[in-house]
Design a binder for this molecule. Sequence first.
Ligand code: GDP
Length: 198
Amino acid sequence: MNPFAEAAFLMSVAKLADLPPDGPPEIAFAGRSNVGKSSALNALAGRKRLAFFSKTPGRTQTLNFFTVGEVARLVDLPGYGYAKVPDAVRQDWDQLAGGYLAARESLVGVVIIMDSRRPFMPHDVHLIDWLRPQGTPILALLSKCDKLTRRECTETLKLAQGRIGEAILFSSQDRTGVEETRDRVGAWILAQNKRNPR
Ligand code: GDP
């Protein structure tokens, strides 16, 4: 199952009051700005020219929902941790994305995209430490791994697996990790739908 291939845009949400009602299992995607999240989502969807998961300005501070048929939803969270954003924008992230992650019944997993050259930056760690006690499964994608040597890849993967458990080396450029990520996310969805047949 490639849940990304079937993804269709549902809606953008700018405030928690506008969230769609809970429904099929949701997988959220988070990462620092510029970490390669849009490129990763497009690589996973297999859509080259259509910037499906886009960064149009109006969408940057919204939660973007995509349906995967009736079986799942993918939720693209705004990028965080961009040094130049004013505090007000940071508070918006905490309130909107944080509020979503803290309380969403349908949420079954969070994919955190981190730059493989500098994983576990303070904002990443903050998010991970905050998610962990909730027990939400986390998968780390170590992006832009085409920039690392083979040895650095091995070390980074080991480090991330030690800290998070599930981690995948990823490159939208050479497509490292694309199939594995589709499989892992697909497995989360299948497991949840089996537990909770609709
Ligand atoms: P986002 O802000 O997290 O959505 O990041 P983007 O997907 O827009 O990517 C940010 C920058 O990183 C762009 O210049 C991309 O071309 C570059 N980039 C994204 N993915 C990769 C990758 O797998 N390898 C390399 N080398 N560069 C990448």
